[in-house]
Design a protein. Structure first.
Length: 151
């Protein structure tokens, strides 16, 4: 299984494609994704741009931490472009500070969240779906920390 991460970092956050690729493969393994290869487009931006995108695509006029835009219905047969993930480094930094955790951990958490959305999980459908997705997100992060991929 392979993951091709196409990264655009408008903020010089320091996060690199290989880090996101390792997280992607961990998520795919955990969820037992059935495709052989996938592409994910990632944009790291600031609160102003993510607020604009959130307003434009979700009619919610505020900055958020992560947005996901699936490119096709999951599951994919043979892989291909899963979709786009947008992360606000400004909000990630605030949340890391508030929770007294390293930025790398918060960023990984947000990326996992966005990737689960691209894989068809949606916490906004029901309380059961919310619990399933958030529990899975925590379990994946714990495994990545245990495996030494995230500090």
């Amino acid at each position: 299984m392979t993951a091709d991460v196409l990264l655009t970092d408008k903020t010089e956050s320091g996060f690199k494609e290989d880090f996101l690729t390792k997280i992607s493969l961990g998520v795919f393994s955990f969820t037992e994704a059935s495709f052989e290869e996938a592409e994910i487009s990632v944009l790291i931006t600031d609160d102003a741009e993510i607020r604009s995108l959130n307003s434009q695509y979700r009619q919610k006029d505020y900055a958020t931490d992560v947005l996901s835009f699936p490119m096709s219905e999951y599951p994919l047969d043979d892989g291909g472009m899963l979709g786009d993930i947008v992360i606000s480094i400004d909000t990630a930094k605030k949340q890391a500070e508030e929770n007294e955790i390293p930025l790398v951990r918060e960023f990984a958490f947000l990326y996992i969240h966005g990737l689960l959305h691209l894989l068809g999980f949606d916490h906004e459908l029901s309380e059961e779906d919310e619990k399933e997705m958030f529990d899975m997100q925590e379990d994946i992060l714990r495994k990545l920390i245990k495996d030494g991929l995230v500090q």
